[in-house]
Design a protein around this ligand. Structure first.
Ligand code: KG4
Ligand code: ZN
Length: 332
């Protein structure tokens, strides 16, 4: 089963060909990070215009690298949402055009299902499992008893964890995109600043990161007013320690409460070295089978969309050509 995946929900234009949802034949990603850097964040109009410019070349390259023709494909999987509407439309229209011309089934994919199924690119996923989803727009614990069955256990009540990383990077003025830069800086510092651990209800599985972000802002402002210097590496390490402790703590408790032994991690923040290390240690201690995608499959890519698309195609979840972009598409 050969599937072309297309992803354009935010600021990455990506196309990939994968066989059976696990063997990646090509994985092309055109990042717009350099363009949005000057604005300190993604500008939606700029993002959609850039998607239009590069999408055809990105798809052509993915097909060429995979060494397949459109007529070889069994399906075209495309991110339907959530995401920026102007960005989503570009990928959708490209997919619709290829689907129409070559008469290939069109497979809508939820972006977060894509992040979760990035794990299937490494090895088969075993159910039941709990997915810790940590990206720029999402922070969620999801229970899956079978393919495409998603049950929310908890989610962020305010900022997503990736968003908090990006905001703290802006406060520390260390550049864009902030997550990977804070991660790198944190490895050179120590957890010396006393920052809160926002547990909310200790027995619940919801998250909150805005209080932690405010604590970093207040600490920085107060130091400035007193004419004191902040140690950016130590502050980055302290911020990361707080985030990781809460994410790992709640995830382990969820596994215990629901009697689940399989954990998958998904989304851009799954690339975080502190989080990966802490999850690996906790999983080893508790005998949990842990899966984290390779770095290139953590941040936005289209191989994950092809992987989720394979699951949808097997379940005959295809669409006619009148497929709309859904900026607020829900997983369940
Ligand atoms: O999944 P993703 O590529 O896009 C969304 O669907 O949101 O995630 C992007 C987010 C950004 O906030 C970025 O700063 C964060 O993931 N991120 C990281 C790391 N790499 C990417 N955050 C912390 N540590 C990293 N190494
Ligand atoms: Zn994403």
């Amino acid at each position: 089963m050969l599937i072309l995946g297309i992803e354009s929900s935010c600021d990455e234009t990506a196309a990939s060909v994968a066989r059976d949802g696990c063997e990646v034949l090509s994985n092309v990603v055109a990042s717009q990070a350099d363009i949005h850097r000057q604005f300190g964040g993604v500008v939606p109009e700029v993002a959609s215009r850039y998607h239009v410019e590069v999408i055809t070349a990105v798809i052509d390259e993915a097909m060429r690298e995979a060494g397949v023709a459109f007529s070889d494909l069994d399906g075209i999987a495309v991110t339907q949402g959530p995401g920026l509407v102007g960005s989503l439309i570009v990928g959708l229209q490209a997919a619709q055009a290829i689907s129409f011309v070559h008469n290939i089934p069109l497979i809508p994919v939820h972006h977060i299902a894509g992040h979760i199924y990035a794990n299937a690119l490494e090895a088969p996923m075993t159910f039941p499992l709990i997915a810790l989803v940590v990206s720029g727009g999402h922070t969620e614990l999801i229970l899956m008893k079978a393919d495409n069955e998603f049950e929310y256990l908890g989610r962020t009540l305010d900022d997503a964890v990736g968003e908090a990383y990006d905001k703290v990077a802006r406060i520390l003025e260390i550049g864009y995109p902030g997550g990977p830069l804070i991660d790198k800086l944190a490895t050179t510092g120590c957890d010396t600043y006393s920052l809160p651990r926002i547990w909310l209800d200790k027995n619940g599985f919801d998250f909150s990161f805005s209080g932690l972000k405010s604590a970093v802002i207040n600490l920085t402002h107060n130091a400035k007013q007193r004419g004191e210097l902040i140690d950016p590496a130590n502050l980055a390490a302290s911020f990361q320690a707080s985030v990781v402790e809460v994410l790992v703590g709640k995830t382990m408790r969820a596994l215990e409460k629901y009697g689940v032994e399989n954990l998958v991690v998904a989304g851009g923040v799954a690339a975080n070295s502190g989080l990966r290390g802490a999850l690996e240690a906790a999983a080893k201690e508790k005998g949990i089978h842990l899966m984290i995608p390779a770095f290139k499959y953590c941040t936005d890519n289209a191989a994950m969309i092809a992987a989720a698309g394979a699951v949808n195609l097997r379940q005959q979840k295809t669409s006619d050509l009148a497929l709309d972009a859904k900026p607020n598409l829900k997983l369940v």
